[in-house]
Write a protein that binds this ligand. Sequence first.
Ligand code: SF4
Ligand code: SF4
Length: 108
Amino acid sequence: MAYTREEWNMAYVIAQPCIDHNERACLDVCPVDCITSEAADRKLYVDPDLCIDCGACADACPNDAAFRADKLPAEWAEFAWVDAAWYRDPAAARQVVEELAMAPVPSR
Ligand code: SF4
Ligand code: SF4
């Protein structure tokens, strides 16, 4: 794994409920096109350098997968740095997503 947890200046984060449920409603509403994925990805990622903290993705997501970073449920804290890391090393981020995808989904 190329990255360890570090301080990222994230605004919004896309967490576990997006995995394999990426019908992409968030893409249609993001005003700065800062949500991305590629064919190999099982979720979408928010670019921390471009996100303007508007909240439109969270409002549009039918799976309650997008959160302000400071409201991210503790059990999904890893997703904050995974989203940011994807923009530097997609393969490393995908590897972590595979591990996180196997974790039980917390009851909420
Ligand atoms: S709308 Fe929600 S579940 Fe669908 S791709 Fe976007 S973040 Fe993922
Ligand atoms: S908070 Fe706004 S700018 Fe940031 S990813 Fe969501 S829709 Fe895009």
